[in-house]
Write a protein that binds this ligand. Structure first.
Ligand code: DX5
Ligand code: ZN
Length: 228
């Protein structure tokens, strides 16, 4: 198994007054992707940042910006975030009236497209759309807030999705978001995750580069341990 684990710090846990500085620190600390949580106080009970902030951040980093839309509606923001310099856009299928159209909108702009599944959302929501995706985001907390506890039922869900993707031979990445830390990263690697999002476990650590390395190391130690 030669899967590489990518680490995506969630800027939700950064200092919003110093986003550019914190993004640069993440790059220097070994992050692969910047996870950018967009909450609208409608689809989720919290309000964060929009395309203007993404555009302001763009010149401060060369890392891919991974926009996680927790918004309803979805489509108008796809255009805005593409303009703002996003590289990847993931949305929640329950929040889009036309999931296939939203995916095509993202891909037509040359961005990577993902669908996010809440803890109680079934993998069957991926029927008829999985082959059109670049990634699937498995939520291991209910969306809305950083710093929540990992919900363990995400693990068998990730394993089932890994099997489905591999059986179909699809190049779809599995991203996991919520409560990820060095203690559960091994199980996530073993279950089949490719991209681990972590907010509080990285920004709350005294040594953030070390936290990134610990999560990556633990996840990579789980690779190939699927049957364990
Ligand atoms: C939750 C967000 C997550 C969150 C992760 O709705 O989508 O990206 O910031 O934060 P932690 O790692 O603290 O759970
Ligand atoms: Zn997120």
């Amino acid at each position: 198994m030669t899967r590489a684990i990518r680490i995506a710090p969630s800027l939700l846990s950064a200092d919003f007054a110093f986003l550019g500085r914190d993004a640069q620190a993440m790059a220097e600390g070994g992050a692969d992707i910047l996870h950018f949580d967009v909450m609208d106080n409608h689809y989720v009970p919290n309000l964060t940042v929009g395309p203007l902030v993404c555009a302001a951040l763009r010149p401060h980093t060369t890392l891919p910006i991974d926009v996680h839309l927790m918004t309803r509606p979805v489509d108008p923001l796809i255009e805005s975030f593409a303009e703002a310099g996003a590289d990847m856009i993931t949305f929640h299928p329950e929040a889009s009236d036309h999931v296939h159209r939203s995916v095509q909108m993202i891909r037509k702009r040359g961005l990577k497209a993902g669908v996010a599944l809440n803890p109680a959302s079934p993998l069957s929501l991926l029927d008829h759309i999985l082959e059109d995706l670049d990634m699937v985001l498995i939520m291991s907390v209910n969306p809305g807030f950083g710093g929540q506890s990992f919900i363990p039922s995400a693990l068998p869900k990730i394993a089932a999705l890994r099997k489905r993707i591999d059986d179909a031979g699809l190049p779809v990445a599995i991203e996991v978001d919520g409560g990820v830390n060095p203690a559960n990263a091994r199980a996530l690697g073993a279950a089949g995750a490719d991209i681990l999002v972590a907010g509080s476990a990285i920004f709350g650590a005294s040594d953030r580069a070390k936290a990134i390395a610990s999560i990556r190391g633990a996840a990579e130690s789980g690779l190939g341990q699927e049957a364990a």
